[in-house]
Design a protein around this ligand. Structure first.
Ligand SMILES: Cc1cc2nc3c(=O)[nH]c(=O)nc-3n(C[C@H](O)[C@H](O)[C@H](O)COP(=O)(O)OP(=O)(O)OC[C@H]3O[C@@H](n4cnc5c(N)ncnc54)[C@H](O)[C@@H]3O)c2cc1C
Length: 448
């Protein structure tokens, strides 16, 4: 049938009327929020023009990675998503607890360094990952990525002590904070030890934990504070290991000669039960009552690693608690554009299991992964690289003296990563200068 011009206009009119009616019938839902207030389901940034790397977590690993990526390839768009407004350094924070350094020494501006190196810093909570869409969801909107770097840090596994007893976990966190994660806990702990009136302060150590020698440094510095202020206080270290590790002799010597009356070291004290309400702890090495505590629950990879679904499984099929990555290239085996760096990284070697969970290692991982990504963006095959580690620990403040440990890594003939550990047990003042030089180098590397 041919359509006459008259009929066409009539039917077009009818169609138009239907279309107009259907448009009018749609509910008009004006956006309820002002333009710049976004929700999790809005895009937080426009789609990237070129390659975008999203870094989740602006701690030692994440913030190092941001600068290194821009240095390797200024053309890469780099976005850092971090919940804290300023960077607070856990390394050197034991010294801050006893006023060897002040708060300014530990805190750094995120916005300044992001401007200097032309990357974007967004203060926000990462709430979910949609890896099949290469998308990170934050409290303020979602961000799409080409490559993802997870610098998730750690979480406290209070569930290992308290199961689903949320009240006990919350009470412990508030009253006896471990201060092993950069947040308000450090300030609560500092007030707690500076105002300590005397009695027993227990410290629990879970394996593996962040910065293996740091609890012993903390014990020495707190014991030194008690001594200096003539507080009749005792630090009781409940250690599941049979001796302090690393730097065994250096710490043992400090406990025995400097803090005979202030430190009680209890080996093989595997925790069996923690009762924070009645201030009691049951361990394989005996039961303890305490007046104050630094109750460090077992550590695991931080919440973002769990939300991203990167946690491995142990031989028993249960979650290992740490990210399962390729030990050399640090990316997921089944999702190669996702990298994990720093403390969240899981098993890397049958010889030593985990890299020490140290800021130095996180910084080295960041350099290595930034290079891998820049190479891949340039179409080159990344060349394998391994980190190193170096750690200084203050054991005395009058006079100031440190001990130290160095770790080196290499491949054996089978391609397995091998660790060499060199303890420097003799406490002395020149190691204190090296300690501060190390910190300056690290801060400069991340923030200048
Ligand atoms: C007392 C103490 C002393 C130490 N001393 C040393 C030392 O002398 N030398 C050394 O090398 N190391 C030391 N360390 C260890 C060092 O602090 C860690 O190894 C290092 O911070 C690990 O870096 P990371 O990037 O893996 O984790 P982190 O530095 O913890 O970074 C993780 C980041 O992710 C952020 N984040 C977590 N979840 C979210 C979320 N959902 N949304 C947004 N952001 C999120 C966190 O706020 C944090 O900034 C010490 C640690 C402590 C506690």
């Amino acid at each position: 049938m041919t359509i006459s011009r008259r009929r066409f206009l009539a039917s077009a009119g009818a169609l138009g009327a239907t279309a107009t009616a259907s448009v009018l019938a749609q509910p008009v839902t004006p956006r309820p929020l002002p333009f710049l207030i976004s929700t999790s389901s809005d895009p937080l940034l426009p789609k990237p023009g070129g390659k975008r790397v999203v870094i989740c977590g602006g701690g030692w690993g994440g913030i190092s990675a941001a600068k290194q990526l821009k240095k390797n390839d200024p053309g890469i768009e780099v976005v850092v998503l971090e919940r804290n407004p300023v960077f607070f350094s856990c390394p050197m924070s034991n010294k801050w607890l006893v006023d060897v350094v002040d708060t300014n020494y530990l805190t750094w501006s995120y916005l300044d360094v992001a401007q200097t190196h032309d990357y974007r810093f967004i203060q926000t909570e990462v709430v979910a990952f949609e890896r099949e869409r290469r998308r990170v969801v934050t409290a303020q909107g979602y961000v799409d990525y080409d490559y993802l770097i997870l610098g998730a840090g750690i979480r406290y596994n209070y569930e290992a002590w308290f199961g689903n007893d949320r009240k006990a976990a919350d009470f412990t966190r508030a009253r006896y904070p471990a201060a092993y994660i950069p947040n308000a806990e450090h300030f609560a702990l500092k007030a707690g030890i500076q105002n300590f009136k005397g009695g027993d302060l227990v410290m629990t150590l879970p394996p593996p934990h962040r910065c293996p020698p740091s609890p012993y440094e903390r014990a020495c510095l707190i014991a030194g504070l008690f001594k200096q202020n003539k507080v009749k206080g005792r630090v009781i270290i409940l250690d599941p290991k049979d001796s302090p590790k690393p730097i065994t002799e250096g710490f043992q010597e400090a406990f025995a000669t400097l803090y005979k009356d202030q430190i009680t070291y209890v080996p093989k004290a595997v925790i069996q039960e923690v009762d924070p309400f009645n201030k009691r702890i049951r361990t394989a090495a005996g039961d303890f009552r305490f007046d104050h505590g630094i109750l460090m629950a077992p550590h695991q990879a931080g919440d973002m690693a769990w939300k991203a679904g990167v946690i491995g499984r142990g031989a028993d099929g249960k979650p290992s608690g740490w990210a399962a990555v390729d030990p050399v290239f640090l990316n997921l085996k089944d999702d190669q554009n996702v990298y994990v760096i720093g403390d969240a990284v899981g098993l890397v070697s049958p010889q030593f299991s985990f890299y020490p969970k140290a800021g130095h290692v996180a910084n080295a991982h960041a350099r290595i992964v930034a290079r891998y990504i820049a190479d891949r963006v340039a179409g080159k095959a990344p060349k394998a690289a391994l980190p190193d580690n170096l750690c200084f620990m203050m054991v005395n403040t009058a006079p100031r003296e440190d001990v130290a440990v160095r770790f080196r890594y290499h491949f054996n003939e089978q391609g397995v990563i091998i660790q060499e550990q060199i303890d420097d047990n003799l406490r002395r003042d020149d190691l204190v200068s090296e300690d501060f030089q190390w910190a300056s180098r690290m801060y400069e590397d991340m923030f200048s």
